[in-house]
Each structure stands twice: as structure tokens, then as C-alpha cells.
Ligand binder design. Sequence first.
Ligand code: ZN
Ligand code: FE
Length: 263
Amino acid sequence: MAARVPRLVVVPCLRDNYAYLTGRGDAREVAIVDPSEPDPVVRALDEHGLRPVAILCTHHHYDHVGGVEPLVERYGPLPVYGHRSDAGRVPRLDHPLDHGDELEAAGLRWRALHVPGHTLGALAYVGEGLVFTGDTLFGAGCGRLFEGTAELLYASLAERLGRLPGATLVYPGHEYTESNLRFASAVEADNAALAARTRAVAALRSAGAPSVPSTIADELATNPFLRVTEPAVRAFVEPRLGATRGPAAVFAALRAAKDEYRG
Ligand code: ZN
Ligand code: FE
């Protein structure tokens, strides 16, 4: 079967959010992923001559769903997808998903991965060689713990997102890569892949381009939150480790260190 390249339009929203439009490359229909606000999404649809047929939400935070109501009003009815537990928190959610559920939107097939930690109902959408990770996995970083525990977020990253094929393209919910790379470099000063990525991202950002997508392989090589079994990462948080010393404990200490980091 010939590889189909999906259409992927990055839509900058708010201050540093990304919404995405995705559908078959040979069609005008798209799904909207995480519409933070309506206006930039409407402009991108118009500019590319695209028609929305579904909305995929990674989690209930306003900077990911603020555009759902107005976009459904304008283009609807549109099916709105999100995790079952976010019914009542994701506006207009009428297609509740559980871990492993599959859906088709704009001619592309997606599988929902439940990735709790940032929020309890966090989902990633994987398919077509790419993954939308919301606020769970960022370029060189991960989301804060708002509702879940460090153990939950660690499992979501290590056992679900981190095990996707290395070539999978990663599209996160925010442009946080540069600041995440500063923290990552403080953690692992001697990581050559991290130094190379820092240079590449600086070049993209200074040209006004998004740093996304990365790949799962890039993240495994440079994202400290996916590298908690590395001696250098463990050493960085050693002073914070108590009696519990497994990978999840290293992850918890690393997340706490990032929360306090001012780099
Ligand atoms: Zn969020
Ligand atoms: Fe967010």
C-alpha cells in the first residue's frame, strides 16, 4: 500500500498554543485538533480552502477547547471527541472515548491513547505516522501535574507515548521547546543529541518557524522526562530522592525540579 501523506496545518493560537488541521492530503476535509480559540482556526481554514468535519480534544483545559463552541456554531454539527471522563468539561463532547478506541475523521484513522497525569482525562491521538500529545508530551518536556500523580504521568510517557515507533511525528499543544531544552541541558550537559537539537530549534525559532514536529526518537534521545533511567538524569535529582528510588520516583523529582527551574 502506498504511503499516504496526511495534510497537517499548524495553527498558532493564543500566546504559545498550537491547534492543528489534519485530513487526507488529497481532500479538503479536515479534523481540528485542540482549537484554543476560533479566529486563527477560521483564518487557517479559509486560507487553505478547508472544511472542518470533526474536532479532536486532548483535554478539557480552556486553552485547548476555547474554540469548540464557536466553531461548532459556525460549521456544525461537528462530532466532538474527548475522553469519556471529560464529558461536561469538554464543550459539546458527544463522542466520548476510552483508551484504545479508534475513530475516523476526515479520511484518517486515529486511536485514542489515555495518557493521564497532566489531567485525568488526557488523551493522545495516534495514527498516520503521527501523534497529537496535547499537554502530556512537549518538545523536550512534559506537562505539569494538575490532576494526576507523577506515577500516572510517568506511566503515560514511558509506557504509552515512549513506546510508539521512533519515526512517529510528535505534535504537542504548546511551543515550549526552547525553554524545555534549557532545562534539559541543565539536567544533561553532556548529551550531544540535546546540544544538536538545541541548535536546530534555535534556528527554526529565530526564523519564526514552529519547532514542531519532533519524533518519538528525538524525544527519547533528548527529553529528560523520557530518560529517567539515564545515570545523568538520576544524578541531577539525587539530592531530592528519598527512600523511594525507582524510575517513577526519579520522574517525580525531575518534574518538581522543573517546576522550580528558572533558566
Ligand atoms: Zn493543559
Ligand atoms: Fe495547555
